[in-house]
Design a binder for this molecule. Structure first.
Ligand SMILES: [Zn+2]
Length: 589
């Protein structure tokens, strides 16, 4: 429970862009046997993502560390593995006796609090000689904690590899790298008393690099002394997750490492596309061959039942999954508009989206609370569910019309939506109002500010979640998978379009992490992806949707890496028409 509260706090904080929000990392299950020799070999670590580069401990943005430090992690039944890379032109060390105070040298430090209670957390320090110190804190020093230096990481394996020379100031070194394997059994006994993590569990951790100032004299590295104090100049502290002050002993500020049962895999990439009627079957064959050769493993295609039946056997030859891409609540079916105008959503001014579609002419949306709408959608999907070889159904437009448009889209409509305006706020249809009233005893449309009414917001989140989950149950009964294109993070999705998608029971999510819609850069793909991943069960897949028109060919592989770093299994390209020959050429094979 505590973990849940912390996690939701963290989400709120990170949305607000608070500079000291904890970092997160998805730690995958190892595929390989890892020899602890200090070398970060491709065969062992190649498919594992790096953490973000370390930053100044106080989170001061201006103080970018001089030398890069970063970490990779993975785990198996017996061990937690850490690989560390520390760029360093002058590798040096003095301490050779284990259990001495290692941070008097340049060092690397690991802090682990398995259950996240900020009590009984372990610390490990290591220098370039691989001399180490390990200890257990019962609580932080600020709370009069004691360091138990008798405590040991029993059975820990560690090794340092020096890419350069140690204690030789006459040359320039490249880096030192460390491999550490910590047995889960280290945490089993009192007072930590924690078992190997289950998939989906988050552990609090942080990593720190202590960097002293040296000068060279008599062919030796000498620590620089502050003339005023007569002591060594203060060390620099570079960390993975910023602490906000020069103090590692605030476990509440550490990052979250989420353990996942998933193994690292080559990324699985998808593409959104329309069925092209002009293509012959032979041309479809070339298309699927081309997609396979360019790392596309699945397509999300708008097509009719008969069209799908034609192309599915061809796609199968190239191991490409076919999922039909269906608009769900946005409905421009003439018969429905004519015969069931009452199925459509109504805004807070009492105006139907049929009468006055918000933003664009095709913005005609069915009310998710209406049971007849559910039945109509089942009928629409039934024939697809019966197609042999169709792997799944991909929902799009499964939400309310945007009560608030993505920030960078608002100017296109001459809008500044700094709050919920009534003309974009749906569904105030009779059915919704009366069923809410029955449950909660009042009419939400009479509230002074319905956007602040959490019960009314929740009612609408739930009405979408309910129709999604009922349709998913229906489709699953045909042994088909269900996925959805959703807004970039659960938080943004709730705020803009009332999608509470981390409560939807689907097989996969394709959040549309279109960074330019939100005035963000490519780095944002990592954090947005991660917010989805940490809020979904581990068995559910997430693929980051990317908007190709604003991504250059040279950037496409960094986009894939950004998504994978956030814990995605790959990307989904929007869309096939936006891909240039240069994009295809650069796409990872
Ligand atoms: Zn309604």
């Amino acid at each position: 429970m505590i973990k849940k509260i912390l996690l939701s706090l963290f989400l709120i904080v990170s949305i607000n862009g608070f500079p000291n929000n904890p970092k997160t990392y998805v730690c995958l299950k190892s595929n390989s046997i890892i020899k602890i020799d200090g070398k970060i070999k491709n065969a062992e670590w190649g498919q594992i993502s790096w953490t973000d580069d370390f930053v100044d401990i106080e989170g001061v943005v201006k103080l970018i560390p001089e030398f890069r430090t970063r970490v990779k992690m993975q785990w198996d039944e017996n061990y937690f593995y850490i690989a560390v890379e520390l760029e360093e032109p002058h590798i040096c060390a003095t301490l050779t006796k284990n259990e001495s105070v290692i941070f008097h040298d340049n060092d690397f430090e690991v802090f682990i609090d398995p259950d996240g209670d900020a009590l009984n957390y372990a610390e490990f320090e290591i220098n370039a000689f691989a001399t180490y110190w390990d200890l257990l804190m019962d609580k932080p020093y600020s709370k009069k904690g004691n360091a138990n230096t008798e405590w040991n990481f029993n059975g820990i394996k560690k090794a340092v590899f020096i890419d350069g020379t140690i204690n030789n100031p006459s040359d320039t070194d490249k880096k030192w790298t460390i491999e550490i394997a910590i047995p889960w059994s280290c945490f089993c006994d009192d007072p930590i008393n924690v078992k190997k993590p289950k998939s989906g569990e988050n552990w609090r951790m942080n990593f720190s690099r202590v960097q002293w100032e040296y000068f060279i004299a008599d062919e030796k590295y000498i620590k620089r002394i502050n003339q005023k104090t007569g002591k060594a100049c203060a060390e620099k502290n570079y960390v993975w997750s910023p602490q906000g002050s020069i103090n590692m002993h605030i476990p509440e500020k550490w990052g979250y490492v989420r353990f996942s049962d998933k193994h690292p895999v080559k990324s699985k990439n998808w593409i959104w596309m329309n069925f092209d009627k002009k293509k012959s079957l032979k041309q479809w064959d070339s298309t699927f061959c081309f997609l396979q050769n360019h790392s596309i493993r699945g397509i999300l295609i708008q097509a009719g039942v008969e069209q799908l039946k034609e192309i599915i056997p061809i796609a199968k030859n190239y191991n490409i999954e076919v999922h039909v891409w269906k608009w769900i609540l946005n409905c421009n079916d003439k018969d429905i508009i004519k015969n069931h105008p009452d199925w459509y959503v109504i805004n807070r001014n009492g105006v139907s989206c049929l009468e006055k579609p918000p933003y664009v002419g095709y913005y005609r949306w069915l009310c998710p609370s209406n049971p007849e709408v559910l039945e109509y959608l089942k009928v629409q999907l039934k024939d697809y569910c019966k197609i042999d070889g169709l792997k799944g159904i991909h929902f799009d437009y499964i939400r309310f019309p945007d009560v608030i448009l993505p920030e960078a889209i608002q100017p296109n409509y001459g809008l500044k939506q700094d709050k919920e305006f009534p003309e974009y706020d749906f569904c105030y249809c009779d059915k919704c109002i009366s069923s809410f009233k029955q449950k909660h005893g009042y009419d939400p449309s009479k509230s002074e500010d319905p956007s602040q009414d959490s019960l009314w917001l929740k009612y609408r989140y739930n009405s979408i979640s309910k129709i999604v989950n009922e349709l998913a149950d229906y489709i699953h009964s045909f042994n088909k998978e269900v996925s959805a294109a959703v807004f970039p993070t659960p938080e943004i999705a709730r705020t803009l379009v009332r999608q509470d998608w981390n409560n939807w029971k689907l097989n996969a999510f394709f959040p549309m992490i279109y960074h330019n819609f939100y005035y963000k850069n490519i780095d944002w793909i990592t954090s947005a992806t991660n917010q989805g991943v940490i809020n979904l069960p581990d068995s559910v897949s997430l693929f980051s949707g990317v908007y190709i028109p604003v991504i250059s060919a040279d950037e496409i592989n960094s986009v894939i890496n950004a998504a994978k770093k956030g814990g995605a299994e790959g990307i989904s390209i929007f869309d096939i028409n936006a891909m240039t020959p240069e994009h295809w050429e650069k796409l990872q094979k």
